[in-house]
Design a protein around this ligand. Sequence first.
Ligand SMILES: Nc1nc2c(ncn2[C@@H]2O[C@H](COP(=O)(O)OP(=O)(O)OP(=O)(O)O)[C@@H](O)[C@H]2O)c(=O)[nH]1
Ligand SMILES: [Mg+2]
Length: 193
Amino acid sequence: MKSFESNKGSLFKICIVGDGGVGKTAITDRFLGKKFQTGYQLTIGAEIKVYTQNIDGKEIKYQIWDLAGQPRFKFVRSSFYKGSHAIIMVFDLTKIESLFNLFSWKQEVFKYIGYEIPLMILGNKNDLKDQIEKRIIRDCIKKLKHEFLLAEISYFSTSALNGQNISDALRAIGRILLRTPLIDLYEKVIIAK
Ligand SMILES: Nc1nc2c(ncn2[C@@H]2O[C@H](COP(=O)(O)OP(=O)(O)OP(=O)(O)O)[C@@H](O)[C@H]2O)c(=O)[nH]1
Ligand SMILES: [Mg+2]
């Protein structure tokens, strides 16, 4: 096994997925310190954003693939997942169907990746009040976890509007990636081939 130190200065590819309009672009723009836009401009295909974060003295570089969530982009999305080290799934706290749709997002993502990688779920727009009951969220995440059989699946309630929990969520996924020896990820890629 490689030591955790070997992940220092690494570049991690993270795909961010979820229904159109849940706030993926707003969240990733927040990572980059960009101003929040109230208007909805749907993403076409994908936008790649590079962001560096310092975690406990280690520099982590993320290549974040902000994917288009609208159904018409399903076909093009399939080519973007390969080589991902982690996935961020986003739903809109005010739209329960966007939470239930994470099951089909999970299927789409892992069909193309072919092996399991760390996963984070973000319930976004919490500035509009958590309109989805906490119990429903908990049950849904439990079910997703069961389907994935993943040890690493974490949940944050975020707001791209006021920035709540945005950098903490990325930091948390960074910590998970630092803990995961790269060799494990590579082995999984090889097994999947
Ligand atoms: N109130 C509130 N609005 C948000 C938040 N995040 C995003 N929005 C708004 O939601 C709309 C959609 O946001 P986007 O980030 O473009 O959504 P997306 O998930 O990237 O959508 P696609 O690119 O089509 O997949 C925009 O009008 C944003 O201003 C949030 O945390 N709070
Ligand atoms: Mg977008």
